[in-house]
Design a protein around this ligand. Structure first.
Ligand code: PNS
Length: 162
């Protein structure tokens, strides 16, 4: 069984992430969407909320599982017996950091591959940070995050922006 892991902060999940997950689910037997507890970042949503949003949105996808972890991604890959890391690429600006992470992961385990998926052009400008900024300042984020979580995300971010 070919298992891939799509790791990220998902703070919050955007329609760009969902697009990558749907495409990965067509290529792999199982996609594990792994919400990462990153001690270097101050997320707007708790790990539990981020995972709950993903679970709600992805509940009808049979070969997609939502999980979370802390620590090294490579260790998590071993626990899950996964061989491929999926990452989305939007613009050239993403490239340097993604390149660094992919090579570091390859150094840690040469048998694990990182596969990059080009973002759908429609979402090339979209990021969780942008969503947080726009919603926090009262702007409309409809169409940027899944409809199932829109109200909750807007409410939480507006409160933070006040
Ligand atoms: O959505 P993000 O914040 O761009 O995701 C970054 C993430 C979570 C994939 C990356 O920070 C990560 O893999 N963290 C786990 C810790 C780790 O393994 N670090 C060393 C390899 S880069």
């Amino acid at each position: 069984m070919k298992i891939c892991v799509y790791p990220g902060s998902f703070d919050p999940v955007t329609n760009g992430h969902i697009d990558v997950i749907q495409r990965a689910a067509r290529m792999f037997d199982k996609v594990i969407v792994a919400v990462v507890a990153n001690p270097n970042k101050q997320p707007a949503f708790t790990l539990e909320d981020r995972a709950a949003f993903l679970k709600r949105v992805l509940s009808d996808m049979d070969n997609v599982e939502v999980d979370s972890f802390s620590g090294l991604l490579i260790d998590y890959m071993h626990v899950k017996k996964a061989s491929v890391i999926i990452r989305g690429l939007r613009a050239v600006s993403d490239f340097e950091h993604e390149f660094q992470m992919a090579l570091m992961n390859k150094k840690l385990d040469d048998n694990i591959e990182t596969i990059f998926m080009m973002t759908n052009g429609q979402y090339s400008y979209l990021s969780s940070s942008m969503v947080k900024e726009v919603a926090g300042l009262g702007g409309c984020i409809k169409g940027l995050v899944p409809d199932e979580i829109l109200t909750e995300v807007v409410r939480a971010l507006r409160k933070k922006g006040e």
